[in-house]
Design a protein around this ligand. Structure first.
Ligand code: ADP
Length: 284
């Protein structure tokens, strides 16, 4: 699985990413964490990023793109990854598209955690209090002033990615206001549906290959594959039934309904008009 988690600071990306890591055996790539490590280790990148991060602004695109590109080349990426905090701008998203293409990797989905802005400050305050209680270092950018700057940068630079990925049919929106457990369950349900659909596609592809008329044996193989495709497709259908509701397909469905409604109305209108004409003719 190759995923992106999208959402404002405090949306719960880190929490959900960790859970996905456990369930799917994939690696979490958090640019925030990587940059904080670079700052702590005082590497050249860390020295460059330190003040920018403390002020709540974004580190230049070329730095984060470079970090991610190097990381994607590591052998532990083969099972998949979950990007948290990257991409954060449209140019970063375009750079990621290019990187993945070059590395022959396909992005499976972008999961957007949608939350009410009014809840974010108190969530971050809770996070700070919990870290203090555990005796951990508190992030210097977790103050109300810097948070409002991070939020403003999310709105202007990162939010356009919702449109970017929805246009590319990659976006899945989950209500991030539910409990942590609920959000996890919802994400897993949606990802299960995507996996099932992909499996069905793969089975269909292989059945097509096998069904090429190359003698008796090939025909038999094709039948077996066809059978497998049917059952996988069925599983995909069942799994995606619920997921469709929260995915980008929902507006499509609504649009269809609306079209159907308007079509119905115009048909009824013309029937009425036709009746009037017939009556008039009868009178005449
Ligand atoms: P949050 O999402 O909670 O705001 P992160 O831990 O993801 O925090 O990031 C902390 C800081 O690291 C950001 O405010 C920014 O300065 C820097 N940063 C992280 N990811 C990126 C990125 N993709 N592009 C630019 N800057 C980034």
């Amino acid at each position: 699985m190759r995923l992106i988690l999208l959402g404002p600071p405090g949306a719960g990306k880190g929490t959900q990413a960790q859970r996905l890591v456990h369930k799917h055996g994939i690696i979490q790539l958090s640019t925030g964490e990587m940059l904080r490590a670079a700052v702590a280790a005082q590497t050249p990148v860390g020295l460059q990023a330190k003040d920018i991060m403390a002020s709540g602004s974004l580190v230049p695109d070329e730095i984060v793109i470079g970090i991610i590109s190097d990381r994607l080349d590591q052998p532990d990426m083969k099972n998949g990854f979950i990007l948290d905090g990257f991409p954060r701008t449209v140019p970063q998203a375009q750079a990621l598209d290019d990187l993945l293409k070059k590395k022959h990797m396909k992005l499976d989905a972008v999961v957007e955690l949608r939350v009410n802005e009014s809840a974010l400050l108190s969530r971050v305050e809770t996070r700070v209090a919990e870290m203090r209680a555990r005796g951990e270092d508190v992030r210097i950018d977790d103050t109300p002033e810097v948070l409002s700057k991070r939020l403003a940068s999310y709105r202007s630079l990162t939010e356009p990615l919702i449109h970017y990925y929805s246009e590319r049919r990659k976006l899945l929106t989950v209500d991030g206001m539910m409990t942590i457990e609920h959000v996890t369950r919802e994400i897993n349900r949606i990802l299960g549906a995507i996996e099932a659909v992909d499996e069905a596609k793969a089975a269909k592809k292989s059945s097509r290959k096998l069904s090429r008329p190359v003698g008796k044996k090939a025909g038999k193989g094709a039948k077996v594959a066809e059978k497998a495709t049917k059952s996988t497709r069925k599983a995909a259908k069942t799994a995606s039934k619920g997921a469709k509701r929260s995915s980008v397909k929902a507006p499509k469905k609504a649009a269809k309904k609306a079209t159907r409604g308007s079509r119905g109305r115009s048909a009824a209108g013309s029937r009425k008009a036709a009746k009037k004409v017939t009556k008039k003719r009868a009178k005449a």
